[in-house]
Write a protein that binds this ligand. Structure first.
Ligand code: HEC
Ligand code: HEC
Ligand code: HEC
Ligand code: HEC
Ligand code: HEC
Ligand code: HEC
Ligand code: HEC
Ligand code: HEC
Length: 413
């Protein structure tokens, strides 16, 4: 009896030690290694100066999962291939950290991001294909047909360099090519030194770019039931939970990230938000995306963590109806515009006739807003920022077209 107990204890003890060793051997190496003298020297020395001069930078880093896991300043600030380094108070550092530096430890997330519209298409939209290799364009085209192999948007060229740099590019640089051959930065959502999922899950993080009349996602979210509940219950949500163990008990109210990127209740995280989108809602005339059915099913799988199929079907049916009606309204006005162009009545460069702005606003502001509002719970955006100005602009453009035809008729004589 006694011997049996001791024997059992020894067996269990040995098994425990062995399993701890086995589990340990599967953890990332930085997690298990004792801090080396080089590590202590690196972070300690960097921090010694930088705590005094840029307290916030070092403090943000200290709050990060990276700091807890032993990732140090030089892990990001040393040069990867294609990057240049400089002498820096006894160290060699690379001050310009890009996706190349994150990629060295997070290849999977980088590969997913490369397939997204946040990568090549975002930058090409503003600045064209310069700076990308033909392989990068071809790779992106496989996942985002028509998004990479195209010229820059006409408006950017007209407004000039300073508008592009401080305006368009501030948002669209999420996909800017880097000199080291990689694309983009990972810090627009994770910030430079917190590298956190908590920040990335905040609506305001996405809303830095996803706001304003042409893509009012933040405003729509804020007025939606989800946004209201987030505001009310934010303190009860566990926004920092590690992605692989995130459940609806941590996040029982969704943010942008939950629907578009997270893997909740065992689902997979994606850095390509297109994977869950069925339509090109941002387009002048909305069409279905390739694999629309699969994409809608993926998004609905997210909703179904919290809702019944009946509720989800209702939202999608109403969304589809708004898309169809908006297409019809925009198409009717588009026909007018096309006929003016065919008759030579819109002479000159693009955007040199007031009617072109009215038409651009019609689909680019109000058409989009109505469609986005319908899918994301923004009633006011479907109506007063959507359908009402669609009607008003349709009437106005019709009148302006008559006027142009009249002027043309009189100059003909
Ligand atoms: C002896 C003090 C000192 C030490 C040690 C030090 N720095 Fe600095 N660092 C500075 C100062 C001062 C600046 C301001 C720019 C300059 O004078 O180079 C700076 C600037 C920087 C910049 C911005 C450079 C730029 O061009 O924008 C980075 C990034 C940086 N340091 C990272 C580090 C890292 C990483 C370490 C540790 C490997 C480190 N520093 C160690 C003093 C120091
Ligand atoms: C997870 C990667 C990462 C780690 C770890 C990291 N940095 Fe940085 N750091 C960045 C990025 C990204 C930038 C922005 C680079 C750019 O603008 O090109 C940056 C910029 C800086 C700057 C310039 C900041 C400014 O606002 O002018 C300083 C200084 C700096 N880092 C110091 C440090 C120090 C000191 C440590 C360690 C305590 C550290 N960094 C750790 C990614 C990192
Ligand atoms: C030297 C390797 C290394 C580098 C370089 C690195 N990371 Fe990490 N990162 C890690 C490790 C290790 C973890 C912790 C993983 C874990 O706990 O499973 C981590 C975790 C993360 C997380 C999850 C944090 C959380 O709150 O759960 C994010 C986000 C992240 N890194 C982003 C970045 C970004 C962005 C960069 C570049 C600016 C970067 N990392 C550079 C090793 C690295
Ligand atoms: C730095 C600016 C920026 C931030 C921050 C940002 N985005 Fe975007 N996002 C863009 C731009 C620019 C596009 C349009 C790219 C294109 O189609 O040219 C875009 C497109 C998208 C799309 C549409 C993709 C498609 O296939 O049409 C989704 C969905 C999206 N972002 C979700 C998010 C979410 C969720 C967050 C926060 C976790 C976020 N974004 C943060 C700039 C940003
Ligand atoms: C406040 C941030 C922001 C600014 C500034 C901005 N954009 Fe965007 N842009 C976005 C976001 C976010 C989207 C995604 C819209 C969506 O999918 O609903 C987008 C979408 C687009 C699209 C449609 C998607 C595509 O790839 O065809 C084009 C074109 C575009 N932007 C061009 C521009 C140009 C040109 C400028 C400057 C004149 C500009 N943007 C300024 C954030 C911005
Ligand atoms: C559009 C915003 C956005 C951009 C850009 C972005 N991330 Fe993320 N990332 C997120 C969000 C949101 C999560 C958390 C997903 C969730 O809720 O579980 C995340 C999670 C992560 C994680 C933790 C993943 C896990 O499964 O533990 C890592 C690591 C990471 N990102 C690295 C990167 C790297 C590297 C890049 C650049 C190639 C990058 N991120 C760019 C939004 C972004
Ligand atoms: C409750 C889930 C949910 C939340 C929360 C949510 N979205 Fe969406 N979003 C959707 C759905 C559903 C669609 C339409 C899907 C489709 O086209 O099939 C959509 C569409 C979009 C698009 C349109 C892409 C295009 O084709 O023009 C963008 C961009 C976007 N969301 C960004 C955001 C941002 C940013 C936030 C937070 C401020 C957010 N979403 C919050 C579910 C959500
Ligand atoms: C993480 C959980 C979660 C996810 C994911 C989620 N929701 Fe919700 N949703 C909520 C909560 C919580 C409420 C408020 C519930 C209540 O009052 O009973 C809500 C409310 C709603 C409402 C308003 C219901 C009403 O009549 O007041 C609609 C519509 C809705 N969600 C649609 C969706 C759609 C569509 C999706 C997927 C694209 C989605 N939700 C994803 C948690 C979620």
């Amino acid at each position: 009896m006694r011997f049996a107990n001791v024997f059992a204890a020894v067996v269990i003890g040995t098994a425990l030690v062995a399993s701890v060793m086995i589990i340990n051997s599967f953890r990332p190496s930085v997690q298990t290694l004792q801090p080396t003298p080089a590590f202590i020297r690196a972070t300690g020395k960097c921090a010694e100066c930088h705590l005094r001069t840029q307290y916030s930078v070092v403090h943000e880093f200290e709050l990060s999962v990276h700091a807890k896991q032993g990732v140090n300043c030089l892990d990001c600030h040393s040069a990867q291939s294609g990057q240049t380094s400089e002498d820096h108070y006894g160290f060699t550092i690379n001050p310009h950290v890009t996706a190349a530096n994150c990629r060295s430890c997070h290849e999977k997330e980088y590969r997913q991001y490369l397939r997204s519209r946040h990568a090549v298409p975002a930058w090409v939209a503003v600045a064209g294909k310069d700076g990308f290799t033909s392989e990068q364009i071809a790779f992106s085209e496989r996942f985002q047909p028509g998004g990479a192999d195209r010229p820059a948007n006409a408006l950017a060229q007209i407004e000039g360099d300073s508008a592009i740099e401080s305006g368009c590019a501030s948002c669209h640089s999420i996909g800017k090519p880097n000199e080291d051959g990689t694309i983009g930065t990972c810090t627009s959502c994770h910030t430079r030194h917190t590298s956190s999922v908590e920040v990335a899950r905040l609506p305001s993080t996405c809303g830095q770019c996803h706001m304003g009349p042409d893509h009012s996602q933040l405003e729509i979210y804020t007025e939606s039931k989800h946004g209201v509940m987030f505001e009310a219950q934010r303190g009860q949500l566990k926004l920092g939970t590690a992605p692989d163990s995130l459940t609806t008990t941590d996040m029982f109210v969704p943010t942008c990230a939950t629907c578009h990127m997270s893997g909740i209740n065992g689902g997979a995280v994606t850095h390509n938000p297109s994977e869950r989108l069925g339509d090109y809602l941002f387009a002048e005339i909305t069409t279905e995306r390739p694999n629309a059915a699969l994409a809608r099913a993926r998004m609905q799988d997210v909703c179904l963590n919290c809702h019944t199929q009946t509720l989800v079907d209702r939202v999608y049916e109403q969304g589809a109806a708004v898309v169809a009606a908006t297409n019809e309204k925009i198409n009717a006005v588009k026909t007018v515009m096309d006929s003016l162009r065919a008759a030579g009545l819109l002479a000159g460069e693009s955007y040199s006739n007031p009617i072109e702005f009215d038409y651009f606003d019609l689909w680019h502001y109000y058409g989009r807003t109505a469609k986005h509002g319908a899918f994301m719970g923004g009633a006011d955006f479907v109506q007063w920022h959507g359908n009402y100005p669609i009607l008003e602009h349709s009437v106005r453009i019709e009148r302006e077209a008559e006027q142009l035809r009249g002027e043309h008729g009189s100059t003909d004589h």
